[in-house]
Design a protein around this ligand. Structure first.
Ligand code: NAD
Length: 286
């Protein structure tokens, strides 16, 4: 199937990044979010990020990508999309309700993909009438810089759907690797327990947040420390992924650190809220 028009739902950090790489690849994208503010922020981030990547020589486009981006708060505008990539908040109830709406809005031959970090694609696919055209497309954060996309086929996903979204990911300059539909797939099943352990280490007072990050950078050659990475991912998303791992495998090794739960309850969500394990508040001067 030839993809000509892409819809992206959720204009947070992931939806914005996905929209950006798709318009740069030449696909017209309709970006939908409930929040006008999120859409405005996504448009401005997209413009700045494209300008910066172009200036650094990392992008050299012969078309105007921003002319391919439209923003909307109304999901009904996705009626003509060939592919809808859902990147809304990591909560199964939100996603299922969106897929039910898309099921009645989209054409019957449209492909629906979820960027979920952890929720079973087979289970999410049960909320649409054409599970053969439902798939997981798990992009990495920050989307414009990281090359991997995990492709997750549910039990009823067709080979054609898999081939079509693989082609779209490749057209956007990504390396697509197909993995089995297991909780948190491959990357986050390995990454999140490590981040959770770093939070336990912090909570036990073994080292400061700065020291934990420095230890993993200097001692394990990680480009970013686990606590800075947690702040970048968003602590609410980290907690949701740990809860999915815990409930799906029933193994106590996946229990979320109480400090992670407390920080989410306190609204300290990381970079996106201005504070997490580190402080990102922009201080007003003058
Ligand atoms: P985010 O909190 O930055 O953004 C979520 C956006 O979804 C918000 O703008 C919110 O307004 C919007 N939204 C919520 N409900 C909606 C609805 N019903 N209709 C339209 N928009 C709605 O979250 P994020 O970090 O961008 O994560 C989005 C998805 O991507 C999640 O499933 C997450 O697990 C996944 N993901 C996140 C990362 C990461 O590092 N943060 C990496 C890979 C995948």
């Amino acid at each position: 199937m030839k993809i000509k028009q892409i819809g992206v739902i959720g204009a947070g950090q992931m939806g914005q990044g996905i929209a950006q790489v798709m318009i740069c690849a030449g696909y017209p994208v309709q970006l939908v979010d409930l929040s006008e503010t999120a859409l405005e922020k996504a448009a401005s981030t997209t413009q700045k990020s494209i300008a910066k990547l172009t200036e650094k020589g990392m992008l050299n486009l012969s078309h105007d990508p921003l002319a391919l981006l439209t923003l909307d708060t109304d999901i009904n505008t996705l009626a003509n999309a060939d592919l809808v990539i859902e990147a809304a908040t990591e909560a199964e109830s939100i996603k299922v309700s969106l897929f039910k709406q898309l099921d009645s809005i989209c054409r019957t031959d449209a492909i629906i993909a979820s960027n979920t970090s952890s929720i079973s694609i087979t289970r999410l696919a049960a909320s649409v009438s054409h599970p053969e055209r439902f798939i997981g497309m798990h992009f990495m954060n920050p989307v414009p810089l990281l090359q991997l996309v995990e492709i997750i086929a549910g039990l009823r996903t067709s080979e054609q759907t898999k081939a079509t979204v693989t082609e779209v990911a490749q057209a956007a300059g990504k390396v697509a690797i197909t993995v089995k539909d297991r909780a948190a797939f491959v990357l986050n099943r390995i990454l999140l327990p490590m981040i959770n352990e770093a939070i336990f280490v912090l909570d036990e007072g073994c080292a400061t947040a700065e020291e934990i990050d420095q230890i993993m950078k200097l001692g394990a050659a990680h480009p970013i420390g686990p606590l800075s990475l947690a702040d970048l991912i968003g602590l609410d998303t980290c907690l949701s992924i740990m809860e999915v791992l815990h409930s799906q495998f029933g193994d106590p090794k996946y229990r979320a650190c109480p400090l992670l739960k407390q920080m989410v309850a306190a609204g300290l969500l990381g970079k996106k809220s201005g504070r997490g394990f580190f402080d990102y508040e922009v201080k007003a001067h003058g």
